[in-house]
Write a protein that binds this ligand. Structure first.
Ligand code: PLP
Length: 416
């Protein structure tokens, strides 16, 4: 194989010496490929973020719930955040113990709460109504509350989860009501958490939000943990030289804040963070076939078999994914703008607009990079396309199938 465009996979030996044409030949196209080394490195980045010793990063599994990846994340020592009974189930299937899970639901039913209560999974509540509901189901229990720190951040308005324009969290102005409900139902507040939004590359809003969550924390006496949220960004624009989030700088500031808080609170509470994207995103690329090239007016289209059912982020958040192109033989590499589109019958099925790419041919392979987070986990079988297989390139370079591709039977399975 020859790489016509992009160098991330070459520089990281992403495919472990395997030929992408062989991989697609064996496992089908499209195909999610994961790299074990990168996944483990990102886990370690978060594990070693601070020197404060009572620090437990939780992986927010909604970013990617493949149990084989979860096993690796658990091996690296991360606990897990879960959002639904389904995620609790998958985390348990991957080996997580219930005391390693933190359930952070939003607008859930009694049944959902009971699922967690029966398993003794620590639960975070994020509205007064849900606090009442929880109190009635589990009086005398221990709970956490998700507060809204009044600050938001994120790459798109759809992913800002703090501040005044979001459905998430309880505002600090409601602390008196919270205290009353805790008393009514004899609940002990053992933890508080926040999550200001997704994909920040500038640590400033994250740091700014700490003041407010820690001020809230000081108003409760029985806390054993404080969860500062996720949202750690990754550089999606590597081909344009985007730099990484300054993890070391962020860690140093955090460390100071955590130690100061522990001194003033009089207890070394456990601090948690809950990154999702940062852990899995860069460990995956999704491969597909180049299937057609055409012009319409001034636009050149590069058609491939990766529809928005395979990777939703571009249509959902206008997200950018770097693109690599592989060919069987070496060719010229002059670039010109292409709009990259998939095989779904909707004109919105666009993966990238006016992207500078080399001339491709049918039979080349296209890779959308940084697809590990909110990639497969948001995939669907819209247009009755199969959800793809997932494979893991292990540290040794050997390839392991970690999820089979859908089949026709899967499309009809539940239609009784
Ligand atoms: C989605 C989510 C996260 C993870 O967000 P990332 O941007 O993937 O790090 C963390 N906490 C909560 C409560 C979430 O809903």
């Amino acid at each position: 194989m020859h790489t016509l465009h992009g160098n991330f996979t070459t520089e990281t030996n992403f495919y472990g010496g395997n030929d992408v044409f062989d991989l697609v030949g064996q496992y089908g196209s499209p195909l999610y490929v994961y790299n074990e080394n990168i996944l483990r490195e990102r886990c370690q980045d978060m594990k070693n973020l601070v020197t404060y010793d009572n620090f437990v990063p939780h992986y927010s599994i909604k970013a990617n719930t493949n149990i084989h990846l979860l096993k690796i994340v658990r091996e690296e020592g991360l606990h897990a955040d879960v959002m639904s009974p389904g995620e609790i189930f998958l985390a348990e299937q991957s080996g997580y113990k219930t005391d390693e899970l933190f359930f952070i639901p939003n607008n859930v039913t009694k049944e959902d709460m009971l699922y967690a209560i029966k398993r003794n999974v620590t639960t975070s509540i994020d509205s007064l109504d849900q606090l009442k509901m929880y109190g009635e189901l589990n009086p005398g229990g221990k709970i956490a509350i998700r507060f809204n720190p009044g600050v938001g951040a994120g790459h798109h308005e759809k992913v800002v989860t703090g501040g005044k324009k979001t459905k998430f969290g309880i505002g600090s102005e409601f602390i008196p009501e919270v205290k009353k409900l805790l008393e009514t139902y004899d609940l002990t507040l053992i933890g508080i958490n926040q999550h200001i939004g997704s994909l920040f590359m500038d640590p400033a809003p994250y740091i700014q939000s700490l003041d407010s969550i820690l001020n809230i924390a000081r108003q409760f006496d029985d806390l054993t943990f404080i969860d500062l949220g996720g949202g750690f960004g990754i550089p999606y624009h590597k081909q344009d030289g985007e730099s990484r989030l300054d993890i070391k700088g962020l860690g140093e500031i955090l460390d100071e804040v955590l130690h100061d808080f522990a001194d003033s609170y009089g207890k070394k509470v456990q601090f948690q963070i809950e990154p999702g994207r940062y852990i899995v995103c860069e460990s995956s690329a999704v491969l597909g076939n180049v299937t057609a090239l055409k012009s319409n007016g001034d636009t050149k289209y590069l058609g491939c078999d990766i529809g928005f059912n395979i990777l939703q982020r571009p249509i959902m958040y206008d997200s950018h994914h770097d693109i690599e192109i592989y060919s069987k033989e070496a060719r010229l590499k002059d670039v010109s703008p292409f709009t990259v589109v998939g095989n779904i019958c909707e004109s919105g099925d666009i993966l990238a607009k006016d992207r500078l790419l080399p001339e491709t041919q049918i039979g080349d392979i296209i890779a959308l990079m940084d697809a590990g987070a909110y990639g497969y986990s948001m995939a669907s079988c819209y247009n009755q396309r199969f959800r793809p297989a997932e494979i893991l390139v292990e540290s040794s370079g050997s390839v392991r199938l970690i999820r089979k591709r859908d089949t026709f039977e899967d499309l009809i399975r539940n239609m009784i």
